[in-house]
Design a protein around this ligand. Structure first.
Ligand code: SF4
Length: 296
């Protein structure tokens, strides 16, 4: 849809002058402010926001849509952290209720996709105190040796922060070490909501917003892609969501970008748009027998 057609369609939706001004900026390709984003969240009809969003999408990507055929490896759900929303993990003291895969178990998962047209393996799990950076580097090398064509997206900033601190490596050293072993990109988990007060309420003991953003910025500096998630629908407000997206936008702004690809860009995606799954104490089946929501 061209700009004039979008403007005409938007004009048929009853709004107010403030929203019309925001729409004009979007149609002209002018960046909107956090306050204007908040106005859209609070006051704009869904169809109005959807049309603006689709206009930006088409401006950036035309009518192309991309699909990724991937599979997951979840090495463990044993975790040193205790996020309030997480019903996935088990503390180390209760690890018999969870699972801990060894390298052979995980290579078996990779081999089960032999001959299948998958393009990526996504590795993410709990933060296990005994699975260190060398364990995971070994895993990465062996996956690449078996299936060099697979893109490996692995380890949230939460997992990486713990791994690097335990190995006494800087973030740059740790990421370079894992990249050399075969890590291609980072998933977006662990971002939750960046606001410190919300973070204190929902995930007080893991890496904070600045640490999460710094790990992703460091990965971008090494030429790696990364994603970002936003965990919403719990105790946060619309203002917290906008603040979250603004911090990601600032990260994109200060990340060097390649003219030929979006390799150093971060993208956002909403996750778990439902009441959070607060901690439970029931034993968890292993990922081999169930479909689980990835941890963050
Ligand atoms: S969300 Fe991630 S870091 Fe938090 S308890 Fe669950 S697995 Fe551990």
């Amino acid at each position: 849809m061209d700009k004039e057609a979008v403007a005409a369609a938007l004009g048929s939706i009853r709004t107010h002058a403030g929203l019309s001004a925001v729409a004009d900026k979007v149609l002209e390709g002018i960046r909107i402010s956090p306050e204007e984003g908040l106005m859209l969240y609070r006051e704009a009809p869904l169809a109005f926001v959807g049309m603006l969003a689709n206009h930006v999408r088409e401006r950036l990507h035309g009518d192309r849509t991309y699909f990724n055929r991937n599979f997951h490896i979840e090495p463990t759900n044993v975790c040193v952290f205790a996020c309030n929303f997480c019903s996935y993990s088990r503390l180390y003291a209760h690890r018999e209720e969870g699972w801990e895969l060894d390298i052979e178990n995980m290579l078996g998962i990779v081999r089960s996709y032999d001959g299948k047209p998958v393009t990526e393996v996504h590795i993410v799990g709990g933060v296990h105190p005994k699975m260190d950076i060398r364990f995971f580097a070994d895993l990465l090398r062996r996956i690449k040796a078996h299936r060099p064509d697979l893109h490996i997206k692995g380890f949230t900033a939460v997992e990486l922060d713990y791994m690097f601190r335990k190995a006494k490596m800087t973030r740059a050293e740790g990421l370079a070490f894992l990249k050399e072993a075969g890590l291609d990109s980072l998933p977006g988990g662990g971002a939750e909501i960046f606001d410190p007060e919300v973070r204190t309420r929902i995930c007080a003991d893991k890496v904070d917003a600045d640490g999460w953003l710094d790990i992703h910025a460091t990965a971008h500096g090494l030429g790696m892609h990364s994603n970002a998630t936003m965990l919403y629908g719990h105790v946060e407000t619309y203002a917290h969501r906008i603040d979250h997206m603004e911090r990601l936008r600032q990260l994109q702004d200060r990340t060097p970008s390649s003219p030929s690809s979006s390799a150093t860009r971060t993208t956002t995606c909403g996750t778990w748009p439902k009441p959070p799954c607060w901690r439970t104490t029931a034993p968890m089946p292993s990922p081999a027998s169930t479909s689980t929501t990835s941890p963050t």
